[in-house]
Design a protein around this ligand. Structure first.
Ligand code: KG4
Ligand code: ZN
Length: 341
């Protein structure tokens, strides 16, 4: 018999995602992004994102059904991001998913967005060897997770105490006048720069910080250090070596991310590291992690970039796992939870 058909709904930030999954097979994955509407603000504006979700809901759902060749009636269960994320954005997706569940009389599962970033790997690489450590890096989150079981046991080892890694890229790009989103632009410019040109600080790596923040991150001091460096150079009338600044900033980010991720694997005796989130597209992060994982016999898993950024497929596949595990549905009695742990 066919595995149940699961609809996944994602709206936690600036991507409206609808996807259809059968078991671990991806049938459709449609994403509408409002990223351009936020460009002139240099970051996601919650109110603008919510409005964009409302507009994109129905057309994106229709595209997903069309591309999978299914009707709404064929759907067996619905999964939706309950949190964490922007409250107003989450509410749009949760309300839409509840309306669909009610109208179609199908079970509804509210799922954790971060757990879904981990589960999405099943679609590309199949069974995930457990336990695993996951490094999730995007514009909204920077977390190290220990994954003992996909649906039952994921614990957070650490997270950013201020800016997310992608947010740091976006802010540094903004102060250098490079455009938004900053990650891909800095990644490209850094290729022509010297990563050792400027020694920028590695947040939370000093001995006294490691005691309390072993697996936490901090990028706001780094952003300030870049701003200071640029200011000083301007005051002194020097030309800004943009490529060197980008490469040196990027090195500081990727050095800390990969060092702490590998340390987490070693401390917990884990030999699988999973990378997810928009910043997983970063060329330096990928090469540095690959190098350091190889040194320590750690297998690096990285879903294709289109599945690393926010999408409905990650929600659908986690929903499919919950259904397969025989978990009780959430029903209609849950709400969006911006700070879901
Ligand atoms: O996962 P994502 O698409 O959306 C959320 O933040 O939820 O991640 C977007 C973030 C942005 O901050 C963007 O600048 C960053 O990922 N990003 C990158 C690269 N591509 C996207 N950062 C560094 N290098 C990249 N190549
Ligand atoms: Zn995300």
């Amino acid at each position: 018999a066919n595995a149940p058909l699961i609809l996944g709904v994602e709206s936690s930030c600036d991507e409206t995602g609808f996807a259809l999954v059968r078991g671990r097979e991806l049938l459709a994955n449609e994403v509408a992004s409002s990223v351009e509407r936020h460009a002139r603000f240099g970051g996601v504006v919650p109110e603008v994102a919510s409005r964009a979700h409302l507009e994109a809901l129905v057309p994106t759902l229709e595209r997903a059904c069309e591309s999978a060749g299914v009707e709404l009636d064929d759907i067996d269960a619905i999964a939706v991001t309950a949190g964490p994320g922007l409250m107003g954005a989450l509410v749009v997706g949760v309300s839409a998913a509840k309306a669909l569940a009610l109208a179609l009389d199908k079970p509804l599962y509210g799922v954790n967005h971060l757990a879904a970033h981990v589960a999405v790997d099943l679609l590309d690489s199949g069974e995930l060897p457990l336990p695993a450590v996951a490094l999730l890096v995007s514009g909204g989150h920077t977390s190290l997770l220990k994954v003992d079981h996909l649906t039952d046991s994921i614990t957070q080892l650490g997270e950013t105490i201020d800016d997310a890694a992608g947010e740091a890229y976006d802010k540094v790009a903004r102060l250098l006048g490079l455009g938004y989103p900053g990650g891909p632009i800095i990644d490209k410019l850094a290729a022509d720069g010297d990563p050792k040109a400027i020694r920028f600080p590695r947040g939370l790596t000093a001995r006294h910080d490691l005691e309390k923040h072993r697996f936490d991150f901090s990028f706001s001091g780094l952003k300030t250090a870049v701003a200071r460096w640029v200011e000083t150079a301007e005051l002194e009338g020097r030309e800004i070596p943009v490529a060197d600044v980008c490469a040196s900033f990027q090195e500081a980010v990727c050095d800390v991310l990969s060092a702490k991720a590998v340390d987490a694997c070693r401390e917990h005796g884990v030999s699988t590291l999973l990378l997810g989130g928009g910043v997983a597209a970063n060329s330096r992060l990928r090469s540095l992690l690959a190098e350091r994982c190889a040194e320590h016999g750690i297998t690096l898993r990285r879903p294709r970039p289109g599945l690393c950024t926010d999408n409905g497929a990650m929600i659908a596949v986690l929903g499919a796992e919950l259904v397969a595990a025989g978990r009780a549905e959430s029903g209609l009695a849950f709400g969006a939870e911006s700070g879901l742990p």
